[in-house]
Design a binder for this molecule. Sequence first.
Ligand code: LLP
Length: 463
Amino acid sequence: MSRSAHPAGPRHADVMAEGHYTAPADDLNVLDEKVWSRTVTRDEHGALTVGGIEVARLAEEFGTPAYFLDEADFRARCRAWADAFGPGADVFYAGKAFLSRAVVRWLKEEGLNLDVCSGGELTTALDAGMPAERIAFHGNNKTVEEIERAVAAGVGRIVLDSFQEIVRVAHIAQRLGKRQRVQIRVTVGVEAHTHEFIATAHEDQKFGIALAGGQAAEAVRRALTLDGLELIGIHSHIGSQIFDMAGFEVSARRVVQLLAEVRDEHGVELPEIDLGGGLGIAYTSEDDPREPGEIAKSLGDIVTRECEAAGLATPRISVEPGRAIVGPTAFTLYEVGTIKPLEGLRTYVSVDGGMSDNIRTALYDAEYSVALVSRTSDAEPMLVRVVGKHCESGDIVVKDAFLPSDLAPGDLIAVPATGAYCRSMASNYNHALRPPVVAVRDGAARVIVRRETEEDLLRLDVG
Ligand code: LLP
């Protein structure tokens, strides 16, 4: 990863030579609003506040580690996506990023739909009152039982992921006396990476049905013949944490091409296309995410243009942002424990959580920011690696960052942009207790997912 060099002292020489860390901000006390949720600020004593509440108070009441979710920001982001796409399109929040009953209620109130990909997510959605017709059911290996539940509940769409599943869903729907609305997920031959995309001649991954070799066209052919199915459109999801719209352009163009082929072969104009999720967010000051308005315009323009060229009516577009909605709305609050300076290298700062509450750094080499939030400090910046308390050297939360050199055990530090894929991918490794999610709004904080207890662990252990 390209990183600017920082004129730090000689003790950082080795790390500088590696060149893979972000230079410290001029003032470590200044919070970069790109990576923090909207209501985060520092109060007159220098302590970070969210939703008007100071972190020390939050830590005292809810303990650490904990995720604090800025509800006003979450709702604002939902509205921004819904407004940007307008009444002629549908926004499905991808529940895999983070799902709880409170979140489902917020989505419902803000007019969004919900994409689920397991029986557990479906249950949470229905239990919290999301109307079934506003739910899309995804997954490359939905079980028969999951499909039965989804069809019986009357979900708005099931996204079919394989030839076998086309038949499976059709049979189940027929058996239940229903005609299930479905989309077919295609792989368009675009492999998206962070900051770039590579067009691939051949797909080599488990999701979807390839456009290549006419496979997707064959899937459409089969789906159209089955009574239990109402084929409403084509779905494509090209990847995650993407900043470059070029991959979406290629994807939209190829999906529209398939719609044109379907029209030519069957005389049917499929009314919908879903372009998936995957829009990137700022984890560090170096990331520059797109605004929903820009994304909506860019996708809308491409689809309209391609459809006009193909003589098709513009289909209804849907998108499935997960990270872009929930990611920036939460931070993880940790208490600093052991601090270990390694001469000539960096200082290891251990916190009371780790890879059990944020596996993304270990899994994807993901980058995060970190700040001292219980106070300000004018001490010199020191290069740190924020690590957890797990029995593994890869247990890294923030690989390379700067914190003030007077950092001490008991200080509170926070890692922003942990709303997506942190709690939802949390584990009990080393019998860690998964942290709570606390929603903060207008001076009030409430637990929406409680902290696990040792009793929870023992309750599952029935041997
Ligand atoms: N739609 C489909 C069909 C998906 O598979 C996904 C994500 C999304 C929407 C939402 O993507 P988002 O807008 O959140 O990028 N655990 C990884 C991300 C895995 C994403 C899986 N699918 C991470 O932590 O980066």
